[in-house]
Design a protein around this ligand. Structure first.
Ligand SMILES: CC(C)(COP(=O)(O)OP(=O)(O)OC[C@H]1O[C@@H](n2cnc3c(N)ncnc32)[C@H](O)[C@@H]1OP(=O)(O)O)[C@@H](O)C(=O)NCCC(=O)NCCS
Length: 189
């Protein structure tokens, strides 16, 4: 296995074309997709024709950045993914952090563990100057992962999602962490 990053309990590795079923399983859980599509699953044919090819393209366009499959070391199981990637039209030194984990993996600190490791990699190896993340204002778990990874609240805004999700009216939030603030956090421990 080509290991990109190892944490205490996780291995982050590249996606391959063999991951279609892993992604399909992940996106088939309405609870996982609740704050993303209102619970709608992703069709397997869309994973094969769009989602997975887009994941694979990142490795070529932005060495280091992209989507990383999270594998639980103790079981070898696919837990989901993390991304650290420049968003369309945004600068390579200002990547966006994101994550999607299987429900069975929630509440064990994995979201925080993978995010922290990717942020460290971004600042120390890929030249990131600012990492940001976005979620719905009502998505407490995602906001908490951002906070525990060291990001702080920047603004409330409207992403204009096409999906009707409860709490939509409370809009979306952006969190961010600059390299200098991260260095200070690391120095303090
Ligand atoms: C968001 C997500 C990645 C969180 O991952 P996780 O591994 O459960 O997070 P952690 O275990 O690292 O927990 C981080 C913090 O969030 C809190 N938290 C986790 N789930 C929570 C929930 N449902 N409600 C409130 N707080 C929650 C944890 O208690 C912890 O805070 P604490 O240490 O102060 O108690 C996970 O819920 C997920 O994959 N959700 C589905 C996909 C998704 O919504 N992705 C984000 C889109 S913006």
């Amino acid at each position: 296995m080509w290991v990109f990053l190892e944490t205490e309990r996780l291995v982050l590795r590249r996606f391959t074309e063999a991951d279609a079923d892993n992604l399909f399983g992940l996106d088939s859980d309405p609870e996982v997709m609740h704050f993303i599509t209102g619970g709608r699953p992703t069709r397997r044919e869309d994973i094969v024709s769009d989602v997975l090819p887009a994941f694979l393209r990142y490795y070529e366009s932005f060495p280091g950045y992209g989507f990383w499959a999270a594998i639980e070391k103790s079981t070898g199981e696919f837990l989901g993914w993390f991304h650290l990637r420049p968003r369309d039209g945004s600068l390579p030194d200002q990547p966006e952090l994101g994550y999607r984990l299987r429900r069975s993996a929630w509440g064990k600190g994995y979201g925080t563990e993978g995010s922290r490791a990717l942020i460290c990699k971004g600042f120390t190896e890929f030249g990131a100057r600012r990492v940001f993340a976005e979620t719905m204002a009502v998505h407490t778990a995602s906001r908490r992962v951002m906070e525990k990874a060291g990001l702080t609240f920047v603004r409330t805004f409207d992403r204009r999602s096409p999906y009707k999700i409860a709490g939509r009216e409370q809009r979306d939030v952006e969190y961010a962490l600059s390299r200098s603030a991260w260095e200070q956090q690391e120095a303090v421990g």
